[in-house]
Structures are given as structure tokens and as C-alpha cells.
Design a protein around this ligand. Structure first.
Ligand code: ADP
Length: 400
């Protein structure tokens, strides 16, 4: 497989950089890799290409170094990205704010805009931008495309996007519900429509993206009409380490009674809450094993997670009026059979049921796990954000 007509997709996290080189049409991967623990002494990189894994360690101080390391690993595998005929580099950018409703070609103006949106996503946008800037230097002749996690939710109806707080303060500080994981919600909605062999315009879907971060959305005729994440990815479902919804008064209460400053509370809600905060673990494989051994904390964490998930499913059933399919995706949604079964248990009266045999099947393909005769199709659709980003980048470049 050659690197011509491929897209390099970059997903830069706070201390990691994931990348894939792929053909947007077929989805074939030329290479995948990850650089981890960037900035620490035990930084390392792993690159898979042509059936072989190559590794590199140390000397990775920042995202620019990480990209140079990745380029070296590509070269060692026989691909010189500087001379490869890349269609584009696609960058996952977390926050697109009010401005970005679609992927954009990155120029100086877009860089400034992503930088300005950093106040809304301080953990994400600055590192996404570090990847963008390094790549613009390294491959100046290749079009760079930003694909925003918020874009699919840009046009949420006002009643779903608006917080019931002081309107003037909200306007002044751009406070609204933006939603995240949009690339995934949009992608699996499209695959679900193909799987059901019906036009997206005829379908009402509830999409449950359950990974370490987790979000739900209600999609009517291919457009999102509600989603569980808000100004930041903290709102909504119980997640691996994030609390999701809570009484906002808890923040002020903790400041008053627990001597925690606002940063400490923010840290706790984002990194020390959710499943991890409740039971010390955030991986469902461990949590399920602990439940099987009779562990009460793990049981409660699981029950809280399922309870919140069912609440959102119920809310979106009402939002949509008619539901054609409920779609599970991401690490938990694709693999945790008990979560899928428990999330939808006892909903037969609404035409929603899970067939235990179909639910137990392990596969990388989209599949139906509801009985053929139930009116709501329950689907498992593996997400592929990299492919979605590659396709959006290629489409934008082709059309320009
Ligand atoms: P991220 O949000 O980091 O992209 P993923 O979508 O990769 O997360 O999901 C990671 C989570 O998926 C893990 O924390 C774990 O809870 C869950 N998971 C992965 N594989 C399995 C499995 N075989 N069974 C149950 N849960 C799984």
C-alpha cells in the first residue's frame, strides 16, 4: 500500500499524540501510531506499518518532537511523509465554539480562532493547536484541515443549547451547550442508516457514545436535536473519571465547607469522579469482575452509571417522539454486553428489547442486537473517528 492519496489524521491529547495514515475512500490503514507520555522521561512511541511494529523511546519533549519522532518512524518503515503525495492532514480539534459548524482549511486566521477558543477548552485546544502548528511547519505544502468535535451540535435547537442562567452573562461569555464527540455521533448515525438501508432523513436515532468519556445524542433526520455534553465535556452521563450531571450548588458548597478552591473542585469533577471516584476503577472489565466477586462499591458505581444512562434514553425518546434505532458505540458501547442489556432492560412496552444471543456476539462489524420483530432497532456500530476525519478532510480538499 502506498502513501499517495492518503490523509494523515492527528489526534493530539495533553500528553499523547495518536496518528493514522489512511485512504479515505476504502478506509485502509497504511500506518497507525501513538506517542505517549510526551514531556516525561519515559516518553515512548509505537508505530505499526506493513505488519511490523517499531518503537522509539525518550527525547520527546513536546508535540513538535512527537511529530518528528513519528516522521522518523514512518521513514524507518519506508515512507517519507515529506515527499509522499498526501491529500491532507486532518486534525481533531475539540472546541469549535460558536464559529465552526464544518471542517475548515487551516490558515493563520483559523489558528488564531482555535487559540481564542482555548478558554472554553483549556485541556484540549492548546494541545490540538500544538499539533497543528508543528505540522504546518513540517509539511507546509500539504493542506491542513481542522475537524471539530463540536461541529455536529453547532445547530442544536436553541431550547436544547441554552442554559437557564442570566442571559446577559451567558451571551458575554459564550456560555451555551456545545456538545462533543460530534464526529463519532455523526459517523455512527450514517453507518446506522446504511445498515438499516434507510435514508438518514427518515430516521430518528438515539446515539450512545460510551467510552472513557461518554455522551448521548438525539438525532432527527441526520441532525442532532439534543446532546448530553454541554459547555465542556463534563456534563451529562457518568463517565470514566468525570461526574457528568450534578447539582451545581455542590461546587460552591465544597468551596465553603471543604476548603477546596475552584481548581481543586474542577480537577475532582473531571479526573477524580465518575466510575473512578465512586469505586476506584474506571475500566468496565475490572468493574464487572469486581461485581462478580460481590464488591458493593463497584456495584453502586455500575448502578449509578446505568441509572443516568437510562434517564437520558428516556429523555431522548420523549424529545424524538418516535425512535427508529438506539445505537451503541465506543469502547464500552461496543464491548460491554451487560451495559447494553441493563441500559435497555424493561423497555418492552416501548418496543425496545435486546436479544441475549445477538448481544453476546463479538464482532468489529455493525450489527443488530434487538429481536427482528421489535419496532426499535438496537444496534452496535463501531465508531471510527479517524476515518470520519480523513473523509471530511479529503472532501474539503477535493472541493476546494
Ligand atoms: P476513549 O474515550 O478513551 O476513546 P474508548 O472508547 O477506547 O475510550 O473506551 C475505553 C473504555 O472501554 C475502557 O475504559 C473500558 O471501560 C471499555 N472497554 C474496552 N474494552 C472492553 C471490553 N472488552 N469489555 C468491557 N469494557 C470494555
Amino acid at each position: 500500500m502506498t502513501a499517495a492519496d492518503t490523509v494523515l489524521v492527528l489526534n493530539a491529547g495533553s500528553s499523547s499524540l495518536k496518528y493514522q495514515l489512511l485512504h479515505p475512500g476504502s478506509g485502509e490503514r497504511v500506518a497507525t501510531g501513538i506517542v505517549e507520555r510526551i514531556g516525561s522521561d519515559d516518553a515512548s512511541a509505537r508505530h505499526e506499518q506493513g505488519g511490523r511494529t517499531r518503537e522509539s523511546e525518550g527525547g520527546i519533549a513536546d508535540h513538535r518532537d512527537a511529530l518528528h519522532t513519528a516522521l522518523d518512524l514512518f521513514a524507518a518503515a519506508g515512507t517519507d511523509l515529506r515527499s509522499a503525495d498526501l491529500l491532507a492532514v486532518g486534525h481533531r480539534v475539540v472546541h469549535g465554539g460558536r464559529r465552526f459548524s464544518d471542517p475548515v482549511l487551516i490558515d493563520d486566521d483559523v489558528v488564531t480562532a482555535i487559540d481564542e477558543l482555548s478558554s472554553l477548552a483549556p485541556l484540549h485546544n492548546p494541545v490540538n493547536l500544538a499539533g497543528v502548528q508543528a505540522m504546518r511547519e513540517i509539511l507546509p505544502d500539504v493542506p491542513q484541515v481542522a475537524v471539530f468535535d463540536t461541529a455536529f451540535f453547532h445547530d442544536l435547537p436553541a431550547h436544547a443549547a441554552t442554559y437557564a442562567i442570566d442571559d446577559e452573562i451567558a451571551r458575554r461569555h459564550d456560555i451555551r451547550r456545545y456538545g462533543f464527540h460530534g464526529t463519532s455521533h455523526e459517523y455512527v448515525s450514517g453507518v446506522a442508516a446504511e445498515f438499516l438501508d434507510r435514508p438518514a432523513s427518515a430516521l430518528n436515532l438515539i446515539v450512545l457514545h460510551l467510552g472513557n468519556g461518554a455522551s448521548a445524542s438525539a438525532v432527527r433526520a441526520g441532525r442532532a436535536v439534543d446532546t448530553s455534553m454541554g459547555l465542556t465535556p463534563l456534563e451529562g452521563l457518568v463517565m470514566g473519571t468525570r461526574s457528568g450531571d450534578l447539582d451545581p450548588a455542590i461546587v460552591a458548597y465544597l468551596e465553603r465547607v471543604a476548603d477546596m478552591d475552584i481548581d481543586a473542585v474542577d480537577r475532582m469533577l473531571n479526573s477524580g469522579s465518575g466510575l473512578k471516584g465512586l469505586c476506584g476503577d474506571n475500566d468496565f472489565r475490572t468493574i464487572t469482575a469486581r461485581i462478580d466477586e460481590g464488591d458493593e462499591r463497584a456495584r453502586l458505581a455500575y448502578d449509578v452509571y446505568i441509572h443516568r444512562l437510562r434517564r437520558y434514553i428516556g429523555a431522548y425518546m420523549i424529545d424524538l417522539g418516535r425512535v427508529d434505532a438506539i445505537v451503541f458505540t465506543a469502547g464500552v458501547g461496543e464491548n460491554a454486553t451487560t451495559v447494553r442489556a441493563d441500559a435497555l432492560a424493561g423497555m418492552d412496552g416501548f418496543g425496545i428489547a435486546v436479544d441475549p444471543d445477538a448481544n453476546a456476539v463479538r464482532s468489529h462489524d455493525a450489527r443488530r442486537i434487538s429481536p427482528d420483530d421489535s419496532s426499535v432497532a438496537v444496534l452496535v456500530v463501531p465508531t471510527d473517528e479517524e476515518l470520519a476525519i480523513a473523509r471530511k478532510a479529503a472532501e474539503l480538499v477535493d472541493g476546494s
